[in-house]
Design a protein around this ligand. Structure first.
Ligand code: PLP
Length: 383
């Protein structure tokens, strides 16, 4: 047996790794899994994951693909059938004309964003990210050696980016705006008019590209109508990457399929990168995703209704807890309560609530009826 230490030699790890932190949502989800494995009664609300099962027609399509022997490498960009289904989806649901050659498939929506950023960013480039943001955006940018530029939004503005704040944040170095709505974690959504006000700003800055993360487009409530940037301002089509995936809308988080539509040279660059990393998304998941996008869509409104009922329950419970203010999110499946009125106060167990992360822990432990829940929106994991 070797007596050598298994510590890594100094300087062994890439410097880029030192710039990022492990995904906090993945960490909190693992903690919930570990507690469950110990027999604890825990509901993990860390990662954004529908608790519904993948619909049967989608599972059957995957089983049929296995039986047909669709178990080999595929084209890097995705099987032609899925790229065509993605193009149809963009036309049908977003009024966007993308040819299949402009559509690209990757193992998960996160990997689409990773590919787009890694294929385009250089040291010194800036990427605008709207806070509160999904945890991965700044770290994906940092991995490329570029600089995330964070625009803060407020509860009073409904956590929406304002045209003025966007205009001010753009510099010569800005390469991308990452724009996510419905937002993880605030649930903020933008009407066509609100989007138009932002696209007017972008039209003034022809060097800025937009990555729209439309992952939650189907999870909107109260009759809200989703629109996406390239649809609202066709002049931005040539510098927009419209990204999406099957994870949330079709309860397929574990299948790992994300997709996007955009200018062909960018798609080719992303494919070049993926050809030297993941190669292709899983063949079986790709066939399941063809069925998800082309098959019956009737379960989406059912998922929506269930999420809306839960949202209303959770928001009303949080607002009954003294000191907590929780706006009603218009989309996605998160809540983003403010505990600012509790900062400096003592929890029932006598601990001072000094920061939002400490405060959230005590509140999660002590708020009547909520003891078992760890709210994504209440933890720094969602910042
Ligand atoms: C806003 C947003 N974009 C992208 C993703 C990534 O989705 P996927 O699981 O397909 O990688 C998530 C997952 O939580 C998300 O919340």
């Amino acid at each position: 047996m070797s007596h050598q230490s298994d510590a890594l030699p100094k300087g062994f790890l890439a410097e880029s790794l030192g710039r990022i932190k492990p995904s906090p949502t993945i960490a909190v989800s693992q903690r919930a899994r570990d507690l469950k494995a110990q027999g604890k009664d825990v509901i993990g609300l860390g990662a954004g994951e529908p608790d519904f099962d993948t619909p049967d027609n989608i599972k059957e399509a995957a089983i049929a693909a296995i039986r047909r022997g669709e178990t080999k490498y595929t084209a890097v960009e995705g099987i032609p059938e899925l790229r065509a289904a993605v193009a149809r989806k963009f036309k049908r649901e977003n009024g966007l004309d993308y040819k299949p050659s402009q559509c690209f498939v990757s193992p998960g929506g996160k990997n689409i964003i990773y590919n787009a950023m890694t294929a385009t960013l250089n040291k010194g480039d800036e990427v605008i990210v709207v806070a509160p943001y999904w945890v991965s955006y700044p770290d994906i940018v940092l991995l490329s050696g570029a600089q995330p530029v964070i625009i803060e939004t407020s509860l009073e503005d409904g956590f929406r980016l304002t045209p003025n704040a966007l205009d001010k944040a753009i510099t010569r170095k800005t390469k991308w705006l990452i724009f996510n709505q419905p937002s993880n974690p605030t649930g903020a959504c933008y009407t066509r008019e609100q989007l138009k006000a932002l696209t007017d700003v972008l039209l003034k800055h022809p060097h800025v590209w937009v990555l729209t993360d439309d992952m939650y487009e189907h999870l909107v409530y109260g009759g809200f109508e989703f629109s996406t940037i390239a649809q609202v301002e066709p002049e931005l089509y040539h510098r927009t990457l419209t990204t999406n995936g099957v994870s949330k809308a079709y309860a397929m988080t574990g299948w790992r399929i994300g997709y996007c539509g955009g200018p062909e040279p960018l798609i080719k660059a992303m494919a070049k990168l993926q050809s030297q990393s993941a190669s292709n998304a899983t063949s079986i998941s790709q066939w399941a995703s063809v069925e998800a996008l082309d098959g019956p869509q009737g379960f989406i409104p059912k998922f929506q209704r269930a999420f809306e009922e839960r949202r209303d329950l959770v928001v009303s419970m949080l607002n009954q807890a003294s000191g907590i203010e929780c706006p009603t999110p218009e989309g996605a499946f998160y809540v983003y309560p403010s505990i600012r009125k509790l900062i400096g106060k003592k929890s029932p167990s006598g601990h001072e609530i000094a920061t939002d992360s400490k405060g959230n822990l005590y509140i999660a432990q002590t708020t009547a009826g909520l003891q078992k829940l760890t709210f994504k929106g209440m933890s720094p994991a969602s910042r």
